[in-house]
Design a protein around this ligand. Structure first.
Ligand code: ADP
Length: 486
């Protein structure tokens, strides 16, 4: 890995705690980070436990008070510097990301710039943490509302966007005047540590941003939820783990930000621009090899255009190049691990046994390892696992539907409510369907909805809270109301 980097100091094999880089001497245990494309060991990291987590929380608690007292403009300047450093080092950060996670280098670079955009945005917003003046309820009363940082925030992030999922939590936290203790996914801690290196260089004070790699996530989750110095937990990952953390946090009424699983419907109506819909499906379904929580999971295509859509999509998919993210022209990397690969195989097997047909792909890739063929299935129905569970892989299952009413019902028939997409040219239908879909986000005639200027988040069991936009900053503040008698 280091041979590919301009600045090797971006790869850290230590934890960042209280402004210091701490090795395995403290925890006594280590774990390996491997490249999913090759199996190569990239680094051996200290496997931190609750003791270190507690130490980081104590440091964050102490440092936060001073950070909160700085002006918004001062905090903005530090975040601006961090943004600039991320952009300047985008190639190296993307190289680290592709090495530990597998996604194509071009996508990894896109993720770095996407992550950086949150740092830029929230830095700008730091200066605009406005409160309110409310006319008094009695003639001698004056009411003022101020916003204050929540305090120490713990963050747990997943492996599918190792940079951006952390950047969009740390940036608003730091902008608002909070301090953060983060635990990256054990598969991809190097990108989080690289962000720590740059945060340090940008002038984020010691203790304000801590990164603790650990293999024992349940232990970290317990410290993060039980330690009373932690005032908010922000988590991106599965609904299953989100539920565990919410339960654990209930004891101290912990404030939660949860970005959980999705089961995104992608609807193509007869009146849609089919080429645009195919393009949108490619982006929404196959980005990150189908391993994003906003990936189209169920493609509902109206009967009048079903066959033509299936053919056009299958043609595009069969032209995809699978391989090591560093290979030129690759647009699908490996699955993250064997379990992820097995789930894709299981979902396909289940669908085939109940009557679905393969249009393209359907099997592990000839390259072996963790590679899987990008797949399109037709004849998929509500009885199949794919209709209910997140496949989280490069498989597009095509369901056929007849009416608008029917498809809205099918689309909403899930406990999840993160992203949804549909294609239509009929303005009235666009408003009707957009309002009826029970989702936090709706992409209309587009397959790509993520941006730092908009509120990202889900309803139902897909989570609570929003990341990005002015709403994302509010999630890291508490409202205080001052009642003054004159
Ligand atoms: P996925 O691996 O499918 O993205 P997970 O919810 O399993 O989703 O993982 C997301 C993050 O949560 C990772 O950082 C993982 O290490 C962490 N994690 C997993 N189980 C727990 C737990 N019981 N408590 C706290 N964190 C956990």
């Amino acid at each position: 890995l280091t041979a590919k980097l301009k600045d090797v100091s971006l790869v850290s094999d230590r934890a960042l705690i209280a402004g210091e880089w701490v090795g395995a001497a403290e925890s006594g245990k280590t774990f390996d980070v491997t490249n999913p494309s090759t199996g190569e060991v990239l680094a051996t990291l200290p496997d931190m436990n609750r003791v270190e987590a507690k130490r980081a929380i104590d440091a964050a608690y102490k440092a936060q008070k001073g950070w909160a007292k700085r002006t918004g403009k001062e905090r903005a300047a530090v975040l601006r510097k961090l943004f600039d450093l991320m952009v300047q080092n985008a190639d190296d950060l993307a190289t680290i990301l592709t090495a530990e996670m597998g996604k194509p280098f071009v996508e990894a670079r896109g993720e770095i710039l996407y992550g950086a955009s949150y740092v830029e945005w929230f830095g700008e917003e730091a200066k605009r943490l406005y409160g309110d003046v409310i006319p008094g309820h009695l003639s001698d009363k004056r009411i003022v509302v101020i916003k204050q940082p929540v305090g120490v925030v713990a963050a747990i992030t997943p492996w599918n966007f190792p940079n951006a999922m952390l950047a969009r939590k740390m940036a608003p936290a730091i902008a608002a005047g909070c301090a953060m203790v983060s635990k990256p996914a054990r598969e991809t801690p190097l990108s989080a540590l690289a962000l720590g290196v740059l945060a340090d260089r940008a002038g984020v004070p010691a203790g304000i941003f801590n990164v603790i790699p650990s293999k024992d996530s349940p232990a970290m989750g317990l410290e993060f939820t039980e330690n009373s110095k932690v005032r908010k937990l922000t988590f991106t990952g599965s609904t299953e783990v989100g539920r565990i953390l919410a339960r654990q946090g209930a004891e101290q009424i912990l404030k939660l930000g949860l970005e959980l699983g999705g089961n995104a419907p992608f609807i193509v109506f007869d009146d849609a621009d089919i080429d645009a819909a195919v393009e949108g499906a490619m982006v929404s379904k196959y980005r990150n090899n189908g391993q994003t929580c906003v990936c189209a999971n169920r493609l509902y295509v109206q009967s009048g255009v079903y066959d033509v859509f299936a053919k056009k999509l299958a043609d595009r998919v069969s032209a995809m190049k699978v391989g090591d993210g560093f290979e030129h022209g690759v647009n699908a990397g490996p699955m993250i691990d064997k379990k992820a690969l097995a789930k894709v195989e299981e979902h396909i097997e289940d669908a085939l046994s109940k009557g679905a047909r393969i249009q393209v792909g359907g099997k592990p890739h000839e390259k072996g390892g963790l590679f899987f063929q990008p797949t399109v299935l037709t004849g998929v129905t509500a009885e199949m696992k794919m209709a209910r569970e997140e496949t989280f892989g490069p498989v597009a299952p095509l369901f056929k539907f007849e009416t608008e009413e029917e498809v809205v019902k099918l689309a909403n028939n899930t406990e999840f409510g993160l992203a949804s997409y549909f294609y239509s040219k009929d303005v009235s239908k666009i408003f009707r369907v957009a309002e009826e879909l029970e989702y936090g986000m709706v992409g209309i005639n587009t397959g790509l909805i993520s941006t730092e200027v908009a509120p990202f988040g889900g309803i139902k069991q897909s989570g609570q809270g929003r990341e990005g936009s002015k709403y994302g900053l509010d999630d890291y503040t508490e409202i205080k109301y001052l009642c003054l008698s004159i």
